[in-house]
Write a protein that binds this ligand. Structure first.
Ligand SMILES: C[S@@+](CC[C@H](N)C(=O)[O-])C[C@H]1O[C@@H](n2cnc3c(N)ncnc32)[C@H](O)[C@@H]1O
Length: 340
């Protein structure tokens, strides 16, 4: 998009739904393969006990189970997973109605099944794909950076325009967008709030790629870039809001806590941390599209999508207070907390 970013007349949830429905069958096949439905035939189990029965790792299983719940194949009550009438009758191997003979034929036709089964392995490392490895090493070649910026821009554009409407940005003077990608968020915010100045902090090659979007949007006088490896280099100060969009979902809890602590150190008292993420619901059983996005993060990065209580716990542990979340656009929400 060039020039002024205008709000789209409808949100993009149906595109997300069509995109991320590609995990539905592979997830059911992977669950069948690790014997998940059979393991629940005698009654509901908590995720750790179920992981033990199936000999899979519990974190990956929790993510897989969110999608299975959203698909109506599991139910989560009081923290335990149980079969639904459909999975009991059609997916337990001893049932007269077991679909296994048909499903087996689709195993090879759905390459994601392999990725999900591998992510469930008890000793899976969850290191992520090429992009995630480059991010951890702090090195992304220039051509790959331009490609990442282009796809993140398409992915985040409607969400950025939606997030920028939030009145909290009317109170922000200088915003640092950590892992800012194409810079779509500070661009949309600077256009919406004429007083706001934004900085895109990312790896050097990503900053170069982002400047193309900043110039096209006509905000180069108020949005700049800062090449900082967020794991290896000191973070700048002088910002009253530190913003992260689709960054926490790339990392495990330990790394997210490290990022939240670095944000706390860099902010002045009263400064805000803002996390823009698609949230899993509090009972960890949907929505299906967000649960599927979480699965993509599980094998594509080191992270996952989280529920608000999980993000709030991380922020609380880093010292932030007054955590609250607001829906922004499509499946996205803005979680805001304050340094006391
Ligand atoms: C999933 S993208 C999110 C982009 C953007 N915030 C959005 O929502 O459209 C993650 C971003 O984090 C950046 N990132 C990853 N590792 C980094 C590091 N070590 N230092 C600085 N930025 C990093 C990536 O380059 C990438 O732009």
């Amino acid at each position: 998009m060039k020039g002024q970013y205008l709000s789209p007349p409808v949100d993009d949830r149906q595109v997300w739904d069509a995109w991320l429905s590609y995990h539905n069958l592979p997830t059911m096949l992977a669950a069948d393969e690790v014997g998940l439905f059979d393991a629940l035939a005698d009654g509901p189990l908590a995720v750790e006990a179920l992981a033990g029965r199936c000999n899979v790792n519990a974190r990956a299983l929790g993510i897989v189970n969110s999608l299975l719940c959203a698909l109506g194949l599991l139910v989560r009550r009081e923290g335990r997973y149980g079969l639904t009438p459909v999975s009991r009758h059609y997916l337990v191997k001893t049932s007269d109605f077991y679909w296994g003979a048909l499903l087996a034929g689709f195993r090879q036709a759905t390459p994601s099944t392999e990725l999900i089964v591998a992510a469930l392995a008890p000793d899976a490392q969850h290191e992520g794909g090429e992009n995630a490895k480059g991010w951890e090493a702090g090195e992304i070649p220039a051509e790959r950076a331009r490609h990442i910026a282009a796809f993140m821009h398409a992915h985040s554009c409607a969400a950025a325009i939606g997030a920028a409407q939030h009145p909290v940005f009317g109170e922000v003077k200088r915003l640092l967008d950590i892992g800012g990608g194409s810079g779509v968020f500070p661009i949309a915010m600077a256009q919406r709030w004429p007083h706001l100045r934004g900085t895109i902090m990312d790896l050097g090659t990503m900053c170069d790629a982002a400047m193309h979007y900043v110039r096209e949007a006509g905000v180069a006088d108020r949005v700049d870039t800062l090449a900082v490896d967020m794991f290896r280099q000191p973070w700048p100060t002088g910002y009253d809001a530190l913003f992260f969009s689709n960054v926490f979902h790339d990392w495990n809890d330990e790394t997210c806590l490290l990022l939240a602590r670095k944000a706390y150190e860099a902010l002045p008292p009263g400064g805000r941390i803002l996390l823009h993420e698609a949230l899993v619901n509090d009972n960890l059983d949907g929505p299906a599209t967000v649960a599927s996005f979480s699965l993509l993060m599980l094998y594509g990065t080191q992270g996952q999508q989280r529920a608000l209580p999980e993000l709030a716990a991380l922020l609380d542990e880093a010292g932030f207070v007054d955590c609250e979340a607001h829906a922004t656009c499509g499946y996205y929400s803005l979680t805001i907390a304050r340094k006391p």
